[in-house]
Design a protein around this ligand. Structure first.
Ligand SMILES: Nc1ncnc2c1ncn2[C@@H]1O[C@H](COP(=O)(O)OP(=O)(O)OP(=O)(O)O)[C@@H](O)[C@H]1O
Length: 238
């Protein structure tokens, strides 16, 4: 479970908080998609869960553990897939997975790691090829396999499908749905309304560091979500 409790961040010298008493809960087996315009506070939220930055007030809880109070315990339960998954180009997908699994303190035999890469959708013949030749979608799949190998209970994703072609984005959405069904709590930041509707059990729209609207998966269709988003920001743009 991921939970933000009155989570607030004011960067040094800023007039207004980037994040202003955010409250949100992502129970196990749910995908919360966070939408919002540039500067709304989405990445700040992610960075607080990862303890890359410290909150000014409030808490970012990972499975009940305050990320700022016990960062290593929180990180042990949380996997992060950024827009660009950083891997060692000279190593194969399998070797990267072995390396990142080992440094996280987890252990898995080679055959299990190969199975995880396959479960994440990496083509079998790619697993032992150098990552330098991987597409962005293939790197994302290694990122998912790393999360699986670490047995993370929660997953945070920042713009995971930007730059993926529609087929790869669709495959990625299916993968997230599988992780959700297996009980993972997923927080996904995206600008892609279609992906949010496809993956989200809940969809939040952020504005100026606050959640301006939250929808359940069945509350809106794709068009309704787009209309709600545009209505929220049309007056600001006018
Ligand atoms: N390190 C920083 N120092 C000062 N201000 C920052 C810093 N990082 C972000 N901000 C400010 O905090 C606010 C929220 O930024 P944030 O990156 O969280 O937005 P975002 O919703 O992720 O935007 P985007 O969609 O462009 O990634 C913005 O006003 C931004 O300028």
């Amino acid at each position: 479970m991921l939970e933000a409790r009155n989570l607030t961040k004011r960067y040094d010298g800023a007039n207004a908080p980037a994040l202003d008493r955010l409250n949100l809960t992502v129970p196990d087996g749910e995908v919360f998609c966070l939408l919002g315009p540039n500067g709304a506070g989405k990445t700040t939220t992610v960075n607080l869960f990862l303890n890359f930055i410290q909150p000014t007030a409030g808490q970012a809880l990972v499975c009940g553990i305050d990320a700022a109070v016990d960062p290593s315990a929180a990180r042990a339960r949380l996997a992060y897939i950024p827009e660009q998954v950083m891997l060692y180009g000279a190593l194969s997908g399998l070797e990267n997975l072995q390396y990142f699994t080992e440094i996280s303190g987890a252990e898995a035999p080679r055959e299990s790691l190969l199975s995880l890469l396959a479960a994440a959708g990496l083509p079998k013949d790619a697993a032992q090829r150098s990552v330098r030749g991987y597409s962005k979608g293939m790197r994302q799949k290694v990122g998912v396999a790393i999360a699986l190998a670490r047995r993370a209970q929660a997953l945070v994703l920042d713009e995971p499908t930007s730059g993926l072609d529609p087929l790869a984005a669709n495959e990625f959405a299916a993968l997230i749905e599988r992780l959700r069904k297996e009980g993972m709590a997923v927080l996904m930041v995206t600008h892609d309304l279609f992906l949010a509707k496809q993956c989200g059990t809940k969809i939040g729209i952020m504005a100026q560091g606050r959640l301006a609207s939250v929808f359940g998966a069945d509350d809106v269709d794709h068009l309704g979500l787009e209309r709600a988003y545009l209505d929220l920001f049309a007056s600001a743009a006018a």
